[in-house]
Design a protein around this ligand. Structure first.
Ligand code: IMP
Length: 193
Protein backbone atom coordinates (compact mmCIF):
# COMPACT_ATOMS: atom_id res chain seq x y z
CA UNK A 1 0.00 0.00 0.00
CA UNK A 2 1.33 3.43 -0.90
CA UNK A 3 0.48 6.33 1.41
CA UNK A 4 1.28 10.00 1.13
CA UNK A 5 2.16 11.92 4.29
CA UNK A 6 1.09 15.55 3.78
CA UNK A 7 4.27 16.97 5.26
CA UNK A 8 7.59 18.43 4.22
CA UNK A 9 9.12 17.66 7.61
CA UNK A 10 11.88 15.16 6.85
CA UNK A 11 12.22 14.07 10.46
CA UNK A 12 8.54 13.18 10.81
CA UNK A 13 8.65 11.33 7.50
CA UNK A 14 11.61 9.18 8.54
CA UNK A 15 9.99 8.38 11.88
CA UNK A 16 6.70 7.18 10.41
CA UNK A 17 8.34 5.38 7.46
CA UNK A 18 10.35 3.29 9.91
CA UNK A 19 7.23 2.43 11.92
CA UNK A 20 5.27 1.43 8.82
CA UNK A 21 7.98 -0.59 7.14
CA UNK A 22 6.45 -3.73 5.68
CA UNK A 23 2.90 -2.38 5.89
CA UNK A 24 2.87 0.77 3.80
CA UNK A 25 5.30 2.66 1.62
CA UNK A 26 5.20 6.27 2.80
CA UNK A 27 6.15 9.24 0.65
CA UNK A 28 6.28 12.92 1.52
CA UNK A 29 4.89 15.72 -0.63
CA UNK A 30 8.22 16.67 -2.19
CA UNK A 31 8.80 13.10 -3.37
CA UNK A 32 5.63 13.22 -5.47
CA UNK A 33 6.37 16.69 -6.79
CA UNK A 34 3.93 18.70 -4.68
CA UNK A 35 5.57 21.94 -3.61
CA UNK A 36 2.57 24.12 -2.88
CA UNK A 37 1.53 25.38 0.57
CA UNK A 38 -1.18 23.08 1.98
CA UNK A 39 -4.13 25.00 3.47
CA UNK A 40 -4.59 24.88 7.24
CA UNK A 41 -7.50 27.19 8.01
CA UNK A 42 -9.43 25.41 10.74
CA UNK A 43 -9.67 26.33 14.41
CA UNK A 44 -9.24 22.78 15.70
CA UNK A 45 -6.40 20.25 15.41
CA UNK A 46 -8.83 17.67 14.01
CA UNK A 47 -10.10 20.16 11.43
CA UNK A 48 -6.62 21.04 10.22
CA UNK A 49 -5.41 17.43 10.02
CA UNK A 50 -8.50 16.42 8.03
CA UNK A 51 -8.29 19.55 5.83
CA UNK A 52 -4.67 18.82 4.87
CA UNK A 53 -5.21 15.12 4.09
CA UNK A 54 -8.46 15.79 2.23
CA UNK A 55 -6.85 18.55 0.17
CA UNK A 56 -4.24 16.15 -1.22
CA UNK A 57 -6.78 13.39 -1.82
CA UNK A 58 -9.24 15.70 -3.59
CA UNK A 59 -6.70 17.54 -5.70
CA UNK A 60 -4.26 14.74 -6.54
CA UNK A 61 -6.23 11.54 -5.88
CA UNK A 62 -3.72 10.00 -3.44
CA UNK A 63 -4.64 8.22 -0.22
CA UNK A 64 -3.02 10.46 2.31
CA UNK A 65 -2.54 11.25 5.99
CA UNK A 66 -1.66 14.45 7.83
CA UNK A 67 -1.02 15.48 11.42
CA UNK A 68 -1.54 18.55 13.58
CA UNK A 69 -0.27 19.18 17.10
CA UNK A 70 -0.90 21.76 19.81
CA UNK A 71 -0.07 22.53 23.42
CA UNK A 72 -3.23 23.00 25.50
CA UNK A 73 -2.76 24.84 28.81
CA UNK A 74 -5.61 24.53 31.32
CA UNK A 75 -5.26 27.98 32.92
CA UNK A 76 -5.18 29.59 29.45
CA UNK A 77 -8.46 27.90 28.42
CA UNK A 78 -6.63 25.50 26.10
CA UNK A 79 -4.39 28.09 24.41
CA UNK A 80 -2.12 28.16 22.45
CA UNK A 81 -3.77 24.94 21.07
CA UNK A 82 -4.21 25.03 17.33
CA UNK A 83 -2.22 28.31 17.24
CA UNK A 84 0.89 26.76 18.88
CA UNK A 85 3.23 27.26 15.90
CA UNK A 86 2.72 31.02 15.55
CA UNK A 87 1.37 31.95 18.97
CA UNK A 88 3.61 35.03 19.31
CA UNK A 89 2.87 36.19 15.76
CA UNK A 90 3.88 35.51 12.16
CA UNK A 91 7.58 34.76 11.84
CA UNK A 92 8.05 34.28 15.61
CA UNK A 93 10.65 31.90 17.06
CA UNK A 94 10.11 28.97 19.43
CA UNK A 95 11.57 31.17 22.13
CA UNK A 96 9.06 33.97 21.47
CA UNK A 97 6.21 31.46 21.87
CA UNK A 98 7.61 30.08 25.11
CA UNK A 99 8.11 33.59 26.51
CA UNK A 100 4.54 34.47 25.63
CA UNK A 101 2.98 31.52 27.47
CA UNK A 102 5.23 32.12 30.51
CA UNK A 103 4.16 35.79 30.59
CA UNK A 104 0.49 34.85 30.24
CA UNK A 105 0.76 32.29 33.04
CA UNK A 106 2.65 34.66 35.36
CA UNK A 107 2.30 33.34 38.92
CA UNK A 108 -0.67 31.12 38.06
CA UNK A 109 -0.71 28.08 40.36
CA UNK A 110 -2.45 25.72 37.95
CA UNK A 111 0.31 24.79 35.49
CA UNK A 112 -1.45 21.71 34.01
CA UNK A 113 -1.07 21.26 30.26
CA UNK A 114 -1.08 18.63 27.58
CA UNK A 115 0.33 18.17 24.11
CA UNK A 116 -2.21 16.71 21.72
CA UNK A 117 -1.63 15.27 18.23
CA UNK A 118 -4.31 14.33 15.74
CA UNK A 119 -3.52 12.23 12.68
CA UNK A 120 -6.15 12.16 9.92
CA UNK A 121 -6.07 9.56 7.20
CA UNK A 122 -8.10 9.77 4.01
CA UNK A 123 -8.47 6.49 2.17
CA UNK A 124 -10.63 6.42 -0.93
CA UNK A 125 -12.44 9.49 0.37
CA UNK A 126 -13.14 8.02 3.83
CA UNK A 127 -11.67 9.85 6.84
CA UNK A 128 -10.31 8.26 10.03
CA UNK A 129 -8.61 10.09 12.90
CA UNK A 130 -6.16 8.93 15.59
CA UNK A 131 -5.30 10.96 18.66
CA UNK A 132 -2.44 10.97 21.17
CA UNK A 133 -1.85 13.02 24.31
CA UNK A 134 0.82 13.55 26.93
CA UNK A 135 -0.08 15.34 30.16
CA UNK A 136 2.24 17.40 32.34
CA UNK A 137 3.02 20.84 33.74
CA UNK A 138 4.50 24.09 32.48
CA UNK A 139 7.42 25.12 34.69
CA UNK A 140 8.34 28.75 35.36
CA UNK A 141 11.75 28.80 33.67
CA UNK A 142 13.18 27.11 30.60
CA UNK A 143 15.36 24.06 31.19
CA UNK A 144 17.34 21.99 28.67
CA UNK A 145 18.48 22.54 25.12
CA UNK A 146 17.25 19.50 23.17
CA UNK A 147 14.02 19.17 21.27
CA UNK A 148 12.04 22.09 19.89
CA UNK A 149 8.96 24.23 20.41
CA UNK A 150 7.67 24.28 23.99
CA UNK A 151 9.96 21.41 25.12
CA UNK A 152 12.08 23.54 27.55
CA UNK A 153 9.07 24.33 29.78
CA UNK A 154 7.10 21.07 29.60
CA UNK A 155 7.64 18.41 32.28
CA UNK A 156 5.62 15.25 31.50
CA UNK A 157 3.81 13.48 34.36
CA UNK A 158 6.01 10.87 36.03
CA UNK A 159 9.26 12.74 35.23
CA UNK A 160 11.21 15.55 36.86
CA UNK A 161 12.89 16.80 33.71
CA UNK A 162 11.58 18.73 30.73
CA UNK A 163 11.21 17.31 27.23
CA UNK A 164 14.26 19.45 26.34
CA UNK A 165 16.37 17.64 28.97
CA UNK A 166 15.20 14.18 27.93
CA UNK A 167 16.84 11.84 25.42
CA UNK A 168 14.97 11.67 22.14
CA UNK A 169 14.64 7.95 22.70
CA UNK A 170 12.50 8.46 25.80
CA UNK A 171 10.57 11.41 24.40
CA UNK A 172 9.68 9.34 21.34
CA UNK A 173 8.27 6.59 23.57
CA UNK A 174 5.94 8.80 25.63
CA UNK A 175 5.10 11.78 23.45
CA UNK A 176 1.73 12.88 22.07
CA UNK A 177 3.00 12.17 18.54
CA UNK A 178 4.22 8.69 19.52
CA UNK A 179 0.83 7.84 21.06
CA UNK A 180 -1.10 8.99 17.97
CA UNK A 181 1.35 7.23 15.65
CA UNK A 182 1.06 3.97 17.61
CA UNK A 183 -2.73 3.98 17.16
CA UNK A 184 -2.35 4.80 13.49
CA UNK A 185 0.28 2.11 12.91
CA UNK A 186 -1.82 -0.50 14.75
CA UNK A 187 -4.78 0.38 12.53
CA UNK A 188 -2.69 0.08 9.36
CA UNK A 189 -1.10 -3.16 10.50
CA UNK A 190 -4.52 -4.77 11.00
CA UNK A 191 -5.97 -3.14 7.95
CA UNK A 192 -3.28 -4.05 5.44
CA UNK A 193 -2.76 -7.68 6.48
P1 IMP B 1 3.00 20.62 14.21
O1 IMP B 1 1.53 20.53 13.96
O2 IMP B 1 3.64 19.28 14.45
O3 IMP B 1 3.72 21.43 13.17
O4 IMP B 1 3.19 21.41 15.60
C1 IMP B 1 2.72 22.75 15.78
C2 IMP B 1 3.52 23.43 16.87
O5 IMP B 1 3.32 22.78 18.12
C3 IMP B 1 5.04 23.43 16.66
O6 IMP B 1 5.44 24.53 15.87
C4 IMP B 1 5.56 23.55 18.09
O7 IMP B 1 5.55 24.89 18.52
C5 IMP B 1 4.52 22.77 18.88
N1 IMP B 1 4.96 21.38 19.07
C6 IMP B 1 4.56 20.29 18.35
N2 IMP B 1 5.14 19.17 18.80
C7 IMP B 1 5.94 19.57 19.83
C8 IMP B 1 6.83 18.86 20.69
O8 IMP B 1 7.02 17.63 20.62
N3 IMP B 1 7.47 19.60 21.63
C9 IMP B 1 7.29 20.94 21.75
N4 IMP B 1 6.51 21.65 20.96
C10 IMP B 1 5.81 20.96 20.00
Amino acid sequence: MQLIFATNNKHKLEEISALLKGYAHVKGLKEIGIHEEIPENCDTLEGNAVEKAMYIFSKYGYNCFADDTGLEIEALNGRPGVYSARYAGTGCSFDDNVNKILAELGNEKNRRAKFRTVIAMVENGQVKTFEGEVHGIIIEEKKGSDGFGYDPVFVPDGYEITFAEMSLDIKNKISHRAMAMQKFVRYLQNHTK
